[in-house]
Design a binder for this molecule. Structure first.
Ligand code: FAD
Length: 258
């Protein structure tokens, strides 16, 4: 790894100022589970890392006026273990428990999972089903981004230059959900396909991961869901296999939450 500066701001405003001044060779560091391997592989060259762990409030997790407000720095382990998350959004807690390993979950954050914007990000399909809103703060102030507009391509998000994600807001809606993750190994593996389904007042919402350039909502019908996807062939699976898995997992998810 090339040498670089490391700074730890104490507030969101300080982080935004550092990020805006820094240019494209300045990056934010949350848990580092995506970022550090990329730096080691020399995939990205950076001059400065801005560590987020000392910023007040980024690790808060509260239920306010029927909205679960999750700080971007809340770790996957905290999501999986929180009784508030399990009570209000069990679907999200379930997805977090299926991710990575205890060691990675202890570091990795919800903000890093979403901002890395991998098509296979496991928290994305549940949050798409739950209609989450992502709160970003940048040089021109704060704004809320509906999660359906957040992912713009593989590794790309709607965050603008100088913006950071500060909170994920999930409305506490009555209903039942399930996340089905298919991967060859039970742990430490990305989804070959992931399907989340949430049914509230008789209406089912389905979202998929690893089956298109971005995680996305699809129709709550196995055949239509498969048709809406545009998966790729890679080392992990063929596009045809992924499309078939979307069909199978969507059917299964709709049966589990009838
Ligand atoms: C062994 C292993 C297993 C894994 N298994 C899974 C898995 O099962 N499922 C899965 O989905 N992922 C998995 N991952 C990927 C990774 O762990 C997750 O995506 C994790 O949630 C990333 O979070 P982080 O806090 O470590 O992000 P970081 O690596 O710190 O950051 C990732 C990216 O997001 C940006 N970023 C971070 N926080 C913010 C913010 N608040 N605002 C703006 N930008 C921000 C960073 O600048 C960087 O570009 C795995 C990784 C490893 C190494």
């Amino acid at each position: 790894m090339r040498p670089f500066d490391y700074v730890e701001p104490r507030s969101v405003d300080e982080a935004v100022a550092l990020l805006s001044r820094g240019g494209e060779r300045t990056r934010l560091l949350a848990g580092g589970t995506d970022l550090i391997p990329r730096l080691r592989r020399r995939q990205w060259r950076i001059d400065r890392l801005i560590g987020l762990r000392r910023i007040d409030g980024l690790r808060d997790l509260t239920l306010e006026d029927g909205v679960l407000a999750i700080g971007a720095g809340v770790t996957l382990e905290e999501l999986a273990a929180s009784t508030t998350v399990s009570d209000v959004c069990p679907l999200l807690a379930e997805a977090a428990r299926l991710m990575a390993s205890p060691q990675v979950r202890a570091l990795a954050t919800i903000g890093g999972n979403l901002c890395h914007a991998s098509p296979a990000a496991d928290l994305a399909p549940p949050l798409l089903c739950l209609n989450a809103t992502l709160r970003a703060i940048g040089p021109s102030g704060g704004r809320d981004i509906p999660i359906g507009e957040f992912f713009t391509g593989p590794g790309r998000s709607a965050l603008r230059d100088g913006e950071l994600l500060v909170q994920v807001r999930v409305p506490a809606v009555e209903g039942r959900g399930v996340y089905l993750k298919f991967s060859p190994r039970r742990a430490m593996d990305l989804a070959v396909v992931g399907v989340a389904c949430f049914r509230s007042h008789g209406v089912a919402t389905v979202a998929v991961g690893a089956a298109a350039p971005t995680p996305l909502r699809v129709p709550a019908s196995p055949d239509e869901a498969a048709a809406r996807c545009s998966p790729i062939d890679d080392l992990r699976a063929s596009a045809e296999y992924r499309r078939e898995m979307v069909r199978v997992l969507t059917r299964r998810a709709l049966e589990i939450v009838p």
